[in-house]
Design a protein around this ligand. Structure first.
Ligand code: HEC
Length: 209
């Protein structure tokens, strides 16, 4: 007997059902997600990134930050992410609707960065940390990104307020100062834009005690 047609139908059915289950159904459930507007406060979340932060996102991608950092907070009961202070609520699909690609990440060599803009809003801290992570986090295994900075001579009016404040062994030679290049500013704008403490209908914030 010729089993060819039966085999063909069997394979077709297997492939069609997995395509339906893995592509069509998720697209129906999640494909048309829109930002949420809080009717009490008028706050719309999530928002597309403004210019500099969007450029910083491309740098985050090209520098491979997501090899060591995730951007996904597991909800209560699925891990200790919230207890560690990485976010007030778990991440949901709607958080990522403007992200192309999504930096979920798979390895947590460093802390999760979903909410880093809230945890660490200081430009000064980020500049110092990116220039050399040892300045803020002694013993860190994060690589330095000093190439995002440039050395400039101290001007006739004295040290610039824009220079990165570096003390001790990290200070440049006398007469020189370290300035963030535009790329460093963009990357820090991106990091500062990462904030997730906005309630969504499917992911409310925990009630204050
Ligand atoms: C080799 C792994 C590795 C890479 C690559 C890496 N990091 Fe890190 N990162 C770490 C580790 C480990 C820490 C924790 C110690 C510290 O603060 O430096 C950290 C900490 C941080 C923190 C502070 C987090 C907190 O909760 O205080 C920020 C912000 C950060 N990294 C941003 C970046 C950015 C931006 C890039 C890409 C330019 C990057 N990291 C690349 C390993 C990495």
């Amino acid at each position: 007997m010729n089993y060819g047609p039966l085999l063909f139908l069997g394979i077709l059915f297997t492939l069609a059902s997995s395509w339906f289950g893995l592509v069509v159904m998720p697209n129906q459930q999640l494909g048309s997600l829109q930002p949420n507007m809080d009717t009490n406060t008028g706050v719309v979340f999530p928002q597309p990134l403004p210019g500099e932060a969007a450029q910083g996102r491309e740098l985050y991608r090209s520098l491979g930050c997501n090899y060591c950092h995730t951007q996904q907070v597991r909800r209560e009961g699925f891990g200790s992410d919230i207890a560690r202070g990485w976010g007030k609520r778990g991440s949901v699909a709607r958080d990522y609707i403007y992200d192309r690609p999504v930096f979920l990440g798979s390895s947590r060599t460093g802390p999760d960065l979903t909410n880093i803009g809230e945890r660490q809003p200081s430009y000064e801290w980020h500049y110092s940390h990116l220039y050399n992570p040892q300045t803020t986090s002694k013993g860190s295994i994060m690589p330095p990104y000093a190439f995002l900075f440039e050395l400039r001579r101290v001007g006739p009016d004295g040290p610039s307020t824009n220079a990165v404040k570096l003390g001790g062994e990290f200070a440049p030679e006398p007469g020189w100062e370290v300035h963030p290049k535009p790329e460093a500013k963009q990357l820090v704008e991106y990091l500062r834009s990462l904030r997730s403490s906005v309630a969504l209908p499917e992911a409310p914030l925990p009630k204050l005690e």
